[in-house]
Design a protein around this ligand. Structure first.
Ligand code: ZN
Length: 329
């Protein structure tokens, strides 16, 4: 079986960050928005460093203005994911980008996204679930609005709450109120940490926000006692190696700590983060893992098992996806 068609479970995907560039260019043209500066000569997204990436990301988001745009985005993203063998995907959604954080507006966007996701499940054999994220560099007050949107719309589709954005802005405890609100509402918790921040940031995030999963978490490797704590507590890392290498969070695939973390007992999963921005796909991630660490189908089966167990969906959905994986193998 080719690595492309091998069934895959992805847990860490920023929805707007997964928007195929031709899709965003098409929307910009329809709406006469000039964002030509964010594309390079090959038509991909162009930016210089992580902070500039966040600006380009936000510029791309200006084309996504209505629930109908998100309906179309959902189909475009899932078509791309399904073409790389993804059978289950969890995506980060930000009410800040869907109606400016207003709950009433958010409900309309969510209805459009879930309608498209249901259609994709029927026609493409891929299941989508949502995790609402606050954006760290927008500050704790905006985070509360995002947490409220999450708490009010939790259901079969919205399953979790998390935080993305510039990791080195503010401290985890500044956002504890929002995470507590989300947890009390019954949402599952994940949070970006240890991509740019060091092991202290990972430790503070675990202590103050109590996530079940951590986005990236790779810098935990610099403190082996912390790695052991993560393993013992069963906290799952949403590792995005291609993103880390592309953004130079680690110098190379060979230097990536995913294998060391796994060997030390940490539950690792693999995702693409913002695939077109980082010139990656789930197929490319699997190919690099096979080439760099000699991962084979047993390792990929373990990866799927870990990811599906750590997925925030309900058990009925989990069983349906497990069956779908079985059927494809
Ligand atoms: Zn991310």
């Amino acid at each position: 079986m080719s690595l492309r068609s091998y069934p895959k479970v992805e847990l860490h995907l920023h929805f707007e960050g997964a928007a195929p560039p031709p899709f965003i260019r098409g929307l910009a043209k329809e709406k006469s928005i000039d964002i030509s500066k964010i594309f390079d000569e090959h038509g991909g997204y162009a930016y210089e460093d992580f902070d500039h990436f966040l600006k380009v990301y936000e510029a791309a988001c200006t084309t996504l203005q209505t629930p109908e745009d998100f309906y179309r985005l959902t189909l475009a993203v899932l078509e791309e994911s399904a073409s790389h063998g993804v059978v289950y995907s969890e995506t980060f959604l930000s009410p800040d980008f869907c109606g400016g954080g207003d709950l009433g507006a958010w409900r309309e966007y969510l209805a459009a996204i879930t309608e498209a996701a249901d259609q994709a499940e029927r026609t493409m054999g891929i299941t989508l679930r949502g995790i609402i994220t606050c954006i760290r560099h927008f500050g704790p007050e905006k985070a509360k609005a995002a947490a409220l949107c999450a708490a009010e719309t939790m259901g079969p589709f919205i399953r979790g709450f998390g935080m993305a954005g510039a990791e080195l802005v503010g401290k985890p405890k500044d956002f504890a109120y929002s995470f507590d609100m989300a947890r009390e509402a019954g949402l599952r918790i994940t949070c970006h940490a240890g991509e740019w921040g060091g092991p202290d940031m990972v430790a503070d995030t675990i202590r103050d926000l109590r996530p079940e999963r951590i986005g990236h978490g790779i810098n935990a490797i610099k403190d082996l006692a912390l790695v052991d704590q993560i393993a013992e507590q069963g906290i799952v890392l949403e590792v995005c190696p291609g993103s880390n290498v592309f953004l130079n969070a680690v110098p190379s695939w060979q230097a990536h700590p995913i294998e060391k973390l796994r060997e030390r007992g940490v539950k690792v999963t693999v995702s693409t983060d913002d695939p077109p921005f980082f010139h990656t796909t789930m197929t490319a991630e699997f190919e690099h893992l096979a080439k760099t660490f000699q991962w084979n189908e047993d390792d990929f089966a373990e990866l799927n098992k870990t990811a599906l167990e750590a997925a925030f969906c309900d058990d009925e959905t989990r069983a349906r996806v497990a069956k779908r994986i079985e059927d494809k193998l």
